[in-house]
Design a protein. Structure first.
Length: 757
């Protein structure tokens, strides 16, 4: 679980950003879908928690490194680019996947002209959003050089190499500074403290190359692994010979001319060029393995002689391959911008961490063979983002699961829901017995010092919590004790769902894979029963809400034990047993009234993930038309095509995944169930070319933009009686046909028409 400020939904007052097309040479291959993406959505000037925390970066899907204009020093809860800023201080290769995670191993390329400026506050150059172009594959801005003239910067990137081109007009002596290490912080003053990583640089004038490393790892105080060998390595190659060079201090701005090597806490290298130089090309390879690997990544991904146009074209083609698979009819340009940008957001993380078949693991501080990913943000993304990636990027899932299993072998932690969902939805390409061994261990082996460690959010220098509280009372009584562990009530409900995921995986492996391991442990019934007991153990019948409990069973108080939420939100957190929750609340009618009180009372908080499934719960209680009303209300209030286009932290794609599924007309409330709850589609027609499907999936909902209610649904010509869609009904293509209405309908809403209790 993670640090995040809870915020109310912002009023979306800023004007929708106009989309600006790329220059013609950067707009190929042609793709209307890619052109609709606006990378500035979710980069509002307010706190990133309130407006997405996204950055207008350039890189292909799931790239190891994302390149972005740097307008401020990033740290926990601060992004490197903020739309409110008017100066650019450099161009950063960032490894910060979400704002609540710290940066690690960055490198910053700083252009300049005249006297070399290495201090962050002194090197910023003014720019205007009017001259800025932001696309998934190409970025450009015109900078006002400090001593006069302009520097046009153009940027693209592959997964492991940034590609920049600088055009100097009417300037003094051109130079490039490479920042290897900086004074930064672990977060805001109330969270972190100054943090001084070590960097190194080596200038090779003959090869026109600068190499180095950066040990910055802002989350190094979280968890038990010191990872002493961790570093972000870089290798920068220049298209023009150097006129001079030196080392610079990033605090005092002191220059050491003619020096070619340095190592320290505030280190940069700079190189200058002849004054008649107008255009300079720089390629920067990055690596978590070595400087040599960073150089090799350039050779492999952007070899000598590659023009920026070619890099951008290849990266755009990778985005087009995914986004062009989804064709939309109906909706305004703003609607399409929101939709395609949402897809863009969901295909950024987790990010590649392996390089040419090898990767560095901080868990055991070693280099391993294999494919690796990082930045999963599982507490967020298990809800819908993972389900969306299984549909649109199934070729990536085996490597991502295998990466988690490798982490399990090295440290013993992983993700029950993600692994289970991938298996039951037909993903293969990894060891199924190892997958079950991993989730079984997660569910049965407690963390170290389980009775004595609180495992608070971002608690420093403690072991991996995995399932804190497992041995204290969860395994025996069915709940995590609030007087022993932090976030106890949220943990209890999360663990209950995880137990359900383990039970589902066990059943599946025995029935479909003849798994001797799953069969011999005979665990399905145990985990299913423990899931049921745990999810119900917190329900206080006297108050009608979930409530934390102490080790001796006493109620801890309605405001105790929650993570980024409260009793209203978490009382609905029984996604694996909605019928059981309805029973606890006194039946369908009473449950619908309780949902009404939740929404009408302003308790729903869509800015954070625990609320995302709640509007779909109406459908379980025979009130599907109310799901349709609430989904449309939430979409309108929390998503738009401006920099403030996300009401809450994107959290590695989960905010956008909610919008995508809702726009399609169904949502995975219980991800491992293989079921999706019908909502209300947003567009007249969506056609999806699902990878490996025998035919396209066509979702038809005529007049959906003005008619939010569902009158009937047909799946491949057959009437859908209940508002539930099964994975197998659409994953190989077919047709889902909605009949829409402008008034509430009886379909799926029997309880509202006197046909239920």
């Amino acid at each position: 679980m993670k640090f995040k400020i809870i915020a109310s939904v912002l009023a979306m007052s800023r004007l929708t950003l106009a989309r600006r097309g790329s220059p013609e040479q950067f707009a190929t291959p042609a793709s209307d879908a890619v052109d609709f993406v606006n990378p500035l959505i979710g980069n509002g000037p307010d706190s990133p928690d309130y407006s997405g925390g996204m950055i207008p970066s350039t890189a292909p899907p799931f790239a190891m490194t994302r390149w972005v204009a740097q307008t401020r020093q990033n740290c926990v809860s601060t992004t490197p680019y903020n739309y409110a800023d008017d100066k650019i201080h450099g161009f950063q290769g960032t490894h910060q996947p979400a704002i609540w995670m710290g940066e690690s191993g960055p490198v910053v390329v700083v252009p300049g002209a005249g006297a070399v400026k290495s201090v962050f506050e002194e090197r910023g150059m003014k720019f205007s959003h009017e001259d800025e172009i932001t696309t998934p594959s190409y970025y450009s801005a015109s900078l006002e050089a400090i001593e006069g003239g302009t520097i046009k910067v153009e940027q693209s990137a592959t997964s492991r190499v940034g590609h920049l081109r600088f055009t100097f007009t009417d300037t003094q002596t051109p130079y490039i500074l490479l920042e290897a290490s900086r004074a930064t912080s672990l977060g805001p003053p109330n969270i972190g403290s100054p943090y001084l990583p070590i960097g190194s640089v080596t200038i090779n004038g003959t090869a026109r190359q600068i190499t180095g490393h950066n040990t910055e790892r802002q989350d190094s105080n979280i968890g038990p692994n010191p990872a002493p060998s961790f570093a972000g390595y870089f290798c920068a190659r220049f298209s023009m010979p150097f006129a001079s060079w030196g080392i610079a201090s990033n605090t005092e701005g002191q220059l050491f001319e003619d020096y070619t090597t340095a190592k320290g806490m505030q280190v940069s290298a700079y190189v200058t060029f002849e004054g008649n130089i107008t255009t300079l090309d720089v390629r920067v390879g990055v690596s978590f393995i070595s400087e040599d690997q960073a150089c090799s990544n350039i050779d492999h991904e952007i070899p000598d002689g590659t023009e920026l146009e070619e890099t951008a074209r290849n990266t755009r083609a990778q985005w087009a391959e995914k986004l062009d698979r989804i064709q939309v009819q109906g909706g305004s340009p703003s609607d399409l911008t929101i939709f395609y940008t949402a897809i863009f957001h969901t295909l950024q993380y987790p990010y590649e961490q392996s390089e040419n078949g090898r990767y560095y693991s901080g868990y055991d501080d070693s280099i391993h063979e294999g494919e690796s990913y990082s930045g999963y943000s599982i507490w967020d993304t298990y809800r819908a983002a993972w389900a969306w990636q299984i549909i649109l990027a199934p070729e990536r899932i085996p490597g991502m699961v295998q990466s988690m299993l490798q982490d399990y072998q090295q440290v013993g932690t992983h993700a029950d829901s993600l692994i289970s969902e991938a298996v039951v939805k037909g993903i293969r390409g990894f060891d199924l017995d190892l997958a079950y061994e991993a989730v079984y261990k997660d569910a049965t082996v407690p963390p170290e010092d389980d009775w004595t460690t609180s495992y608070s959010d971002r608690q420093q220098h403690v072991g991996y919590e995995v399932r804190a509280g497992l041995s204290s009372v969860y395994d025996t009584k069915g709940w995590v004790a609030n007087d022993i562990h932090s976030e106890s009530a949220s943990r209890t409900l999360d663990y209950a769902y995880d137990d359900h995921a383990v039970a589902v995986l066990s059943d599946y492996l025995v029935a479909n894979w003849n798994s001797s391991l799953a069969a011999s442990w005979n665990s399905s019934a145990f985990f299913a029963e423990r899931s049921k007991n745990a999810s119900r153990s917190l329900f206080n019948s006297s108050t009608g809400f979930m409530e934390a409990r102490t080790a001796n069973g006493n109620w801890a108080g309605e405001n105790e034990g929650w993570t980024e939420g409260n009793k209203w939100i978490y009382t609905f957190d029984m996604v694996q047993d909605a019928p059981g929750l309805i029973e606890l609340k006194g039946g369908k009618k009473a449950f619908v009234e309780f949902l009404d009180s939740h929404f009408d009372g302003g308790h729903n908080d869509h800015t954070n993930e625990p609320s995302h499934h709640i509007p779909y719960l109406y459908a379980f209680a025979g009130a599907a038309s109310k799901t349709q009303e609430r989904v449309r209300e939430i979409a309108k209030a929390n998503y738009n095509a401006s920099v403030d286009g996300l009401s809450g932290n994107e959290d590695c794609g989960q905010m956008s995944a909610w919008y995508i599924f809702s726009a399609l007309g169904f949502y995975p409330v219980n991800p491992v169930s293989r079921e999706y709850i019908i909502g209300t589609p947003f567009f007249d027609k969506i056609t999806i070319d699902i990878p490996n499907a025998s035919k396209q999936l066509v979702i038809v909902a005529a007049n959906a933009s003005t008619k939010p209610y569902v009158q009937s649904v047909k799946v491949n010509g057959e009437d859908l009686v209940a508002p539930v869609l099964v994975h197998d009904q659409f994953i190989n293509g077919g047709t889902i046909e909605f009949q829409m209405s402008d008034t509430p309908q009886e379909w799926g809403s029997q309880i509202l028409h006197g046909n239920g209790s």
